[in-house]
Design a protein around this ligand. Sequence first.
Ligand SMILES: C[S@@+](CC[C@H](N)C(=O)[O-])C[C@H]1O[C@@H](n2cnc3c(N)ncnc32)[C@H](O)[C@@H]1O
Length: 458
Amino acid sequence: MLEGVYLCLPCVLTNKNLPQMVAAPKNPTLAAFEGIATYVASLQALAYLPISSSTWKARCHAALNGEANQELRRKIPLDTRRLYGAFFTGTKLSRLLLSHSKSVSAESFFYDPTCGMGDLLLAAASLLPLQETPSATLRAWGRQLAGADLHQEFIDGTKARLALLAAERHGVEGISATGHVDHFPLIQVGDGLIPNKNSRRATHLLLNPPFGAVSAPEGCTWASGKVTAAAIFTAATVKELAPNCEVLAILPDVLRSGTFSENWRKAISDIAEVHLVKPYGIFDASADVDVFLLRLTRRGATSKSRQWPATKRMPMRTLGDAFNVCIGRVVPYRDQKVGIEHPYIHPRCVPPWSVMSEFTETRKHQGKAFQPPFVVIRRTSRPEHPYRAVATVITGNLPVAVENHLIVCQPKDGALSSCKRLMQELKSDAVNVFLNDRIRCRHLTVGAVGDIPVSQAN
Ligand SMILES: C[S@@+](CC[C@H](N)C(=O)[O-])C[C@H]1O[C@@H](n2cnc3c(N)ncnc32)[C@H](O)[C@@H]1O
């Protein structure tokens, strides 16, 4: 945790006079992170105003390992962090991501277009060589590390933390600096979605963008309506890179495993060679979202496009071979209660792991109702729960209206026995293991359910 005295910013640390490398954001709602400015000033003081102190090493270590994230959580409301997607990557995950690089060298040029407080840039800098003196190291790193973020506090924090890393690696307690020195002129406030010189120069693009839902931009060829901002950032930034630039990204798992993200995966593999697609699990304790690691290289204009690597399919029968799989058709808040009165089911009224033949609710519904027998699986499914695909068999004579938080599996042979066998199989460890690998996010998809391996009997 933070200790010591907060000092005023020395003029050496301001970067008002520096050239803008990226366009300024159109909507400067930039006071959002003011609450962390005092902490950032303390980082700058720690880095640039060396004071002999027995606690310097410990404070520097904390500043480089998780303290910035803790301070952000402590000082900035969750709503604000969500609005801007401000969730910083921990040291372990940042280093793991960089360890997948196949091409880092002493000359590499790293660019993080949404750099936050610089965690990915720190992992990159820890792979760059030291020069003879701390100042010479900073000058070299300053030519090789570029970044953008909407928020000045984060940019200042990134620069201070990089200086701290240089000091720590040189074994000195702070960097002596006089006059107007900005060691990192290529790390600037700006909109990472706007192409700039750094994207074209980069040998390595580092990416952990915001994950929030935004509208797909006009003219987007791979999505319409709402989409995760991470998909947009990846597509927009990869497009601008020079051929062979290596991309190392942390992205929401839904982009790896979601059926709806298929067009995005195709768009990415059209412009880049996909080398690594690796599920990671939950991002961290504060951001409860599953992520995966992605390594790409930007294709040249003439290189042939290849497919996104197929998700491993077992050489056996799948649920989709034996059942027609789809989402329930009732959207309660949207659909009018008109048409035929049907028995009605939703996740709260179907008893898990049972055969349901009597219905407590009915509902008028104009759209498709499903003729039993069939199996329903709850779409909400957490990797840490004992069962990923919680099922119920539905029987009876009348077509049933099914809410859209349930996935319907209708046996192609029309047999109740097939439904009961499937329900039993869905309770197995094998299905949990399969789904945990296939889809880490909280909502099962039709594609993932259809790919579940089932026994030949089904
Ligand atoms: C998930 S955080 C990751 C930060 C850093 N890359 C890391 O891994 O720790 C995303 C960052 O993107 C920034 N951001 C959001 N929209 C942006 C935009 N249009 N241009 C640049 N940065 C943006 C947020 O302020 C936030 O710091």
